[in-house]
Design a protein around this ligand. Sequence first.
Ligand code: HEC
Length: 181
Amino acid sequence: MTLSQRGMLGAVAVLLAVAVMVAACAPNPRTEIISPQLGAQLHAREISGAVVAVPTPEPLRIATMSEEEIYAGLPEDFAAALAAANPARGETLALANGCIGCHVLDPNQIMSGPTWYHMGDTAANRRPGVSPAFYIYESIIAPNAYVVSGYPANVMPQNYGDTISLEDLADLVAYLLQQHE
Ligand code: HEC
C-alpha cells in the first residue's frame, strides 16, 4: 500500500465514523413530539383502543369503607378496646398527653407534626394495604414504623405505647378515626 493509499483509507474511516455519529444524533421518528396537537393525537389513539389510560386510583375514604376494612390487622386486645372506645374522651386525652403541641385539626396551622384534619381519610391512604385504624394505632405506639414524608423521624415521643393505657390509646385512635370527610 502506498502512502497516499493509506491516507485515503484513513480519510474513509474518519468519514464513516462521522456518518455513524451523525446517524446516532438523528431524531428517532418513533419519538412523540410534544406539540399542541399531541393531546388530541393521544386522545384519538386512546378512543381507537391503541392506548389504554390507567385511571388514577381514587383516594380511599373512611365514609365508604366497611368496618373490616377500617379495623383490619389490629391486635385482638386493642381491637376489643377500640370497639368500646369513647372518641370524645380522645380529644381530652390529646390535650392531656401533649399531642396538640404538635398536631391540630386546622390544616392551615403549621405545627411540627402533620395536621389531624381528615386524619381518618389520610390514615386510609398512607400505606397501601394497611387499615386506617392500624395506621393510627401504629403511628402512636411506634412513630418510626412509618415516617410521614416531609417530617423528621424521632420528633414524636417514642414511648406512648408504655405511658398511655390501652383504653386511652383506643379513645385517641377512635377520636382520630372520626376526623374524616
Ligand atoms: C413533639 C411533637 C409531637 C408530639 C407531642 C406528638 N406527635 Fe404525632 N407526629 C409528630 C411528627 C413530627 C409526626 C410525623 C413524623 C412521623 O411520621 O413520625 C407525627 C405523626 C403522627 C401521626 C401520623 C400522621 C399522619 O399524617 O400520617 C399520628 C396519627 C400522630 N402523630 C399522633 C399523635 C398522638 C396521638 C400524639 C399524642 C399522644 C402525638 N402524635 C404527639 C410529632 C408529634
